[in-house]
Design a protein around this ligand. Structure first.
Ligand code: DC
Length: 232
């Protein structure tokens, strides 16, 4: 890969972004950034410090002071908050409504967008996924993807994934959670979920993870070879 190659994958909750982004990064031999984990860790920080997740003005300076670091020696890189691996703690189900509350606040997004751009300056070959990675954080990325799927398909996948971890949940509960998160993510005023301009649109409703990764890797390769053809 040439230098400074960022690939962004944005899309709604449950579209498979994390799995696909991690596999694509492995296929390309580059790093993987899960920006949603950073919003989740900011929420955990609020809860640990007794700060209301809706109080971004209080949380933002605390977040700035905290040490939020990925352990890049592992794949996927676990996220450490003040020296503690919080990768498992930030994945619990009851967390998601509070995360949306934190993620809708401009002051928090400013802190995390800056940290994501700093990470990219230290890891210039990166597959990054989230809601605003192509539209706000890395508008000049090599390739932008917009990955989505039918809400019913996303809910079913999530139920199956949780069942695989021994967690029983109702399909209706998950569908309602996904629809609520879609609504919050796409209607917030700062960094809403949008399809980035010029993004490659992938509807994964009837695709396997491997098929999605194949399509994405093909797009990246053709972009790189078209660039090679034009340089002199
Ligand atoms: O992708 P995820 O479910 O781990 O994201 C967790 C939350 O963070 C979710 O409410 C969406 C939000 N998020 C965001 O607002 N911007 C991002 N770049 C990534 C996630």
């Amino acid at each position: 890969m040439p230098s400074n190659r960022i690939i962004t994958i944005d899309g709604p909750a449950g579209s498979g972004k994390s799995t696909v982004a991690h596999l694509l990064a492995e296929r390309l031999g580059i790093d993987y950034l899960d920006s949603g984990a950073m919003y989740r860790a900011a929420t955990l920080l609020a809860l640990k410090r007794g700060i209301d997740p809706a109080d971004g003005e209080t949380l933002a300076p605390v977040l700035e002071e905290a040490t939020l670091r990925f352990d890049w020696s592992k794949s996927p890189p676990p996220l450490c908050l003040d020296g503690e691996d919080v990768s498992t703690a930030i994945r619990t189900m009851e967390f998601s409504s509070q995360v949306s509350e934190v993620a809708r606040q401009g002051v928090i997004r400013e802190v995390l967008v800056r940290q994501q751009q700093r990470i990219a300056s230290e890891h210039p070959h990166l597959v990054t996924e989230g809601r605003d990675q192509g539209s706000v954080v890395f508008p000049d990325a090599l390739v932008h993807f917009y990955l989505h799927a039918d809400p019913a398909v996303r809910a079913r996948r999530r139920v199956d994934q949780l069942a695989g971890q021994g967690i029983e949940v109702q399909l209706e509960e998950i569908t309602a959670d996904i629809e609520r998160r879609d609504r919050i993510d796409s209607t917030r005023t700062v960094g809403p979920l949008v399809r980035p301009e010029g993004a490659v649109d992938i509807d994964s409703s009837s695709m396997s993870i491997e098929e999605v990764v194949d399509v994405m890797a093909g797009e990246v390769e053709s972009k790189l070879s078209s660039e090679e053809g034009t340089s002199c």
